[in-house]
Design a protein around this ligand. Structure first.
Ligand code: GLY
Length: 338
């Protein structure tokens, strides 16, 4: 248990300070190993798919590339992977069966940001977000305007709904109600039990200590068309400050937006917390807002300017990948509730 957790325990036990109830869980459970890096560069990405993203990002860094190119190329690989049903091509669609993508990007050295929301037909939304950042006077573009902007820059329209994603959406639609005319199939398939949130964060500190980050997603499966999650919101699904570090969120975006989650993680690091402590603090905030329990999942990953990393979730089963001098490895995030 770190000093912070011990302090929190005594504060809570005395019933003073934060006004947290005595029943609120305060001890994070940890996997056998956490990532420890001895130098730069370091990449941290959320989820099991983080391994693939890190590989692509490392290819850029190992050739002397910068953090911004590294995060973009890393995220592009997952966006273009049609087997990944939470990001880009192959992502699960909205309630009308249309794939709507959200993404954001931040460049530490430029202190700049770009984002797109509810973007249809474009496989790599984080690259459009980069263009919003670099080739427009705006930070965020959504819907048809974002699509027109992408097409103006030469992106090609593509049907992003794969057969696999369409079939899962169809099962969902057929099982919605017994008061409509859609009949469900006689047997449910394995894919009918699926995760409704996916998303990937890719955060890099390059050899020069410059920080970049991306968050990209197809968002909540079967969402109401036009719903934006946390991923395109600077400060919610992604935040960084080149003097401090970076943070990204995955999971139920509504809670991350309400708590300005990634911004809070970075501000915690600015005030002296380690990336691990900073992530855990925000997870505790979210759980506190829900009376000490949560029937949803949120996850945070963070990295500071020295390349130290951290990750924490509400519930277990969150993994993250770190590429450092030890190679590219997957770790279990700390979690508060079973
Ligand atoms: N965190 C992804 C979403 O809520 O859309």
């Amino acid at each position: 248990m770190g000093d912070l957790s011990r302090r929190d325990f005594f504060k809570n036990a005395a019933g003073v300070g934060l006004g947290i109830s005595f029943f609120e869980p305060i001890f994070f459970k940890r996997g056998a190993a956490t990532a420890v890096s001895a130098g730069l560069p370091v990449i941290i990405s959320s989820g099991g798919h983080g391994i693939k993203a890190n590989e692509a990002a490392w290819q850029i860094l190992s050739k002397g590339g910068n953090s911004l190119d590294a995060v973009e190329k890393g995220a592009n690989v997952i966006e273009s992977d049609q087997e990944d049903m939470s990001v880009g091509l192959g992502g699960l669609p909205n309630e009308e069966g249309e794939v709507e993508l959200d993404a954001s990007i931040m460049s530490g050295p430029d202190r700049n940001a770009g984002a797109v929301g509810a973007l249809k037909y474009i496989e790599n939304p984080c690259s459009v977000a980069r263009l919003v950042m670099e080739r427009s006077d705006h930070v965020m573009m959504v819907g048809k305007g974002a699509l027109r902007f992408a097409l103006a820059h030469g992106f090609k329209k593509k049907d992003l709904l794969t057969d696999k994603a369409r079939e899962i959406w169809l099962r969902w639609k057929e099982n919605l109600s017994d008061k409509d005319d859609w009949f469900p199939p006689k047997e449910l398939k394995e894919e009918d039990v699926f995760q409704t949130y996916g998303t990937i964060n890719v955060l890099v500190v390059d050899v020069n200590g410059n920080i970049s980050g991306i968050t990209t997603t197809s968002g909540l499966a079967f969402k109401i068309p036009g719903r934006l999650g946390d991923s395109p919101i600077i400060g919610a699904g992604l935040y960084l400050d080149n003097d401090v570090g970076a943070a990204g969120a995955t999971g139920r975006g509504e809670e991350v937006i309400k708590t300005c989650g990634s911004f809070m993680v970075v501000e915690n690091m600015r005030r002296g917390m380690s990336p691990q402590e900073a992530c855990e603090d925000v997870v505790k905030r979210i759980i506190k807002w829900h009376g000490g329990k949560a029937d949803f999942q949120d996850n945070f990953v963070a990295i500071n300017k020295k390349g130290e990393t951290g990750a924490a979730s509400i519930h277990k089963r969150f993994r993250y990948a770190v590429y450092n001098e030890k190679g590219n490895n997957l770790y279990d995030g700390a979690y508060l509730l079973d």
